[in-house]
Ligand binder design. Structure first.
Ligand code: ADP
Ligand code: MG
Length: 244
């Protein structure tokens, strides 16, 4: 059974079908890229998986549970984590406290009162920061980080609770080519513990880090396969050479 199974998902906004019968499967231990022109429904699909809104019809199954109508916090507890397109770090808090808050939101109030849990949380915060090259910025305000570092902080926050599946919507938007390259390097090692669905415009970036790709066009799946298969698909090439 796949870790995530999206079946026949449709999302209607008024007269617009932003998603129209989308199927998507993501296996455990896989990095899955979601590509397609602007407005093709990529963000809408991620939001339906995360619970930021509900699919109009269709089902979303995650780790054996039907989560189609589950609220976002239940999806988080089940092991789903997400970072949307707009940066959402708290600028006036330290880098350390941003990650601590992300972790505390998953703990019970009772657990938070115990000093042993505070020590454990401290170790987990520092581990998350080290993975994203932010350990020496722990005491700085998040607002003082560069745009690229803020994106890494948000990924560190999303990964800190050790999800089974991470959803990233254009995490390298606004990054320099060097920051983009480093982002690929930082994401690669998480594969042993967490699957990924990533929306990205930079095809070279996505081909380098993903195992499989799904191509959306006008709310429908135009292609789905390994990176090599999608690279050979004439319809996908047509979209990318003539319309993007
Ligand atoms: N909240 C909304 N209300 C109405 N239309 C929306 C809303 N969100 C997205 N759309 C429309 O749905 C379509 C898909 O959007 P989106 O998923 O953001 O595309 P992508 O992320 O692939 O660029 C677009 O036509 C967009 O204008
Ligand atoms: Mg989008």
């Amino acid at each position: 059974m796949a870790l995530l199974e999206v079946s026949g998902v449709t999302k209607v906004y008024g007269l617009l079908r932003a998603l129209d019968g989308v199927d998507l499967k993501v296996e455990a231990g896989s990095f899955h890229g979601l590509i397609g022109p602007n407005g093709s429904g990529k963000s809408t699909l991620l939001k339906s998986i995360a619970g930021a809104h509900y699919a109009t019809t269709g089902t979303v199954r995650f780790d054996g549970q039907d989560i189609t109508t589950a609220p976002p916090y239940q999806r988080s507890r089940a092991g789903l984590s997400f970072k949307f397109q707009i940066t959402a770090v708290l600028n006036d808090l330290s880098v350390y406290d941003n990650v601590l808050l992300a972790l505390q939101s998953m703990e019970s109030n009772w657990a938070l009162l115990r000093s042993r849990s505070r020590q454990r949380l401290d170790a987990e915060v520092m581990h998350a920061l080290e993975r994203f090259r932010l350990a020496d910025r722990a005491d700085d305000l998040a607002g003082e980080l560069s745009h690229g570092e803020q994106q890494w902080l948000e990924i560190a926050m999303a990964l800190a609770p050790r999800p089974k599946l991470l959803l990233l919507d254009e995490p390298t938007g606004g990054m320099s080519p060097e920051e983009r390259r480093v982002t690929g390097e930082l994401l690669a090692p998480i594969k042993s513990e967490c699957s990924l669905i990533i929306v990205e415009h930079d095809l070279d970036f996505i081909k380098n880090i993903c195992d499989r790709l799904t191509v959306l066009d006008q709310g429908r799946v135009l292609g789905d396969g390994t990176v090599a298969e999608i690279g050979r698909d004439a319809r996908v090439q047509e979209i990318y050479t003539s319309r993007v």
